[in-house]
Design a protein around this ligand. Structure first.
Ligand SMILES: NC(=O)c1ccc[n+]([C@@H]2O[C@H](COP(=O)([O-])OP(=O)(O)OC[C@H]3O[C@@H](n4cnc5c(N)ncnc54)[C@H](O)[C@@H]3O)[C@@H](O)[C@H]2O)c1
Length: 393
């Protein structure tokens, strides 16, 4: 198999994803790391060895003719610029979700991939999470009949720490947390529901952090992120170091209609005490629901007999424990990307077209929310552009 040399653009919290790909014994090497923050380049030698080079200019990295593919792990508002430039340079691209912060940006990325023929992979790793894969398997097996409705509740208990102390809180850089955080959930709703949203309606607003008395002033840097903070920052209105600009919502309630008639709701709250996602999928012969997101004891419960209150379900499927980033989902995404680069045949579980639809749906829901809650049609993807990407079979 051909050796592959990788570059990394953006070596922040998500930097370890590229480290998964660095397997010299398999001919996979990260050789150049780019970040505008010098401090975020300091781990490059430890991770990738003494031969790795670093730069603060992504153009310099893309000009390196020995690099075959790049991991783009920069903030959302840079995805369009960095992905299009890398595709134009003939590099294979692993692009973090969300694909872009506008529908136009996401469309430009798809079109650039189609025109250049460069490989594009969008890292919607939740499709590779064991509990999501298990729900998909049970649905495909027919355990709940034909899917009619999906309700997703996302309790983003660490929302303040993760999203309201840096660039995520500012619309200019993330647009909306329905996109930044919700792109994952919307993509899973689309996947489990077997269609893409065509219409959405949403209510929401900034209920806690927009009114914070603890906003940073002036050019003070974002506070460093620490696990301990997650335990001590409570209640949410006391969160220290809130970003100077907070104009994204911390509570959003979305309804969607998919193109196959499935109805879905998506509720996202960034000030709950607990952190997890709960999907309820209702079919015409039963329903299923996840309890846990991959931690030990995560179980999918299925109800498909008549009963009154029966919290344990008629069937309980224990979700296999996964090792690695996001329970092994990151490793599976990287493996899919490497497979694409090496020309392996077969559909991928993730899909750039599905990633585009997550952007289109989140943007439409956000437009509805910000305009008072009317129905918004989602953008349509023209068939020529949609036809370029391999979909999950
Ligand atoms: N799939 C997942 O599970 C998952 C989880 C977390 C984050 N993400 C995504 O990963 C991306 C990065 O998120 P993060 O949490 O690592 O953010 P981060 O802010 O920690 O890291 C971003 C890095 O990009 C660097 N950067 C900014 N501008 C740059 C430029 N012009 N050139 C080079 N480097 C630049 C920053 O200095 C920083 O080191 C986001 O798009 C986010 O949505 C995905």
């Amino acid at each position: 198999m051909a050796d592959i040399q990788f570059g990394v653009i953006g070596n922040g919290l998500r930097g370890p994803l590229a480290r998964i790909a660095h397997q010299p014994e398999k001919g996979l090497r990260v050789t150049v790391v780019c970040d505008i923050a010098p401090a975020n380049l300091s781990n490059a030698t430890e991770w990738y060895g003494n031969d790795v080079t670093t730069t603060g200019d992504y153009r310099e990295l893309l000009a390196d003719g020995d690099i075959d593919a790049v991991f783009i792990l920069t903030p959302d508002y840079l995805h369009e610029e960095h992905a299009c430039a890398a595709l134009e340079a003939g590099k294979g691209v692993y692009l973090e979700k969300p694909m872009a912060i506008t529908v136009e940006g996401a469309t430009r990325i798809l079109q650039t991939a189609a025109r250049t023929g460069s490989t594009l992979y969008v890292g919607h790793n939740m499709r590779h999470a064991n509990y999501v894969l298990e729900m998909k398997r049970l649905i495909d097996r027919g355990d709940i009949g034909k899917v009619m409705a999906i309700w997703c509740r996302h309790f983003v208990g660490n929302g303040g720490d993760f999203y309201f102390r840096d660039w995520h809180a500012d619309r200019r850089f993330s647009n909306t947390l329905l996109l930044q955080k919700g792109a994952h959930d919307i993509d899973v709703i689309h996947w489990l529901g077997g269609g893409y949203a065509t219409a959405t309606q949403a209510f929401g607003g900034g209920f806690v952090y927009a009114n914070s008395a603890h906003r940073r002033v002036g050019p003070a840097p974002s506070p460093a992120w620490s696990e301990d903070d997650l335990l001590t920052h409570w209640p949410p209105r006391e969160l220290p170091g809130v970003n100077p600009v907070v104009d994204v919502e911390d509570l959003s309630l979305v309804q969607m209609q998919l193109d196959n008639g499935v109805l879905a709701t998506y509720d996202q709250c960034h000030f709950t005490p607990d952190y997890w996602r709960n999907f309820t999928v209702i079919g015409d012969e039963g329903r299923l629901e996840n309890f846990g997101n991959g931690e030990p004891g995560t179980v999918i419960r299925v109800w498909n007999r008549r009963s009154s209150y029966e919290p344990s379900g008629d069937l309980r499927v224990t979700v296999a424990q996964g090792l690695g980033g996001h329970g092994g989902a990151d490793e599976r995404c990287v493996a899919e990307f490497v497979g694409l680069l090496r020309g392996l045949e077969g559909p991928t579980v993730t899909s750039p077209v599905a990633a585009w639809h997550a952007v289109a749906t989140a943007c439409a829901a956000s437009a509805s929310l910000r305009a008072g809650g009317g129905v918004e049609r989602t953008a349509e993807l023209d068939r020529a552009t949609a036809g370029l990407s391999r979909e999950a079979g």
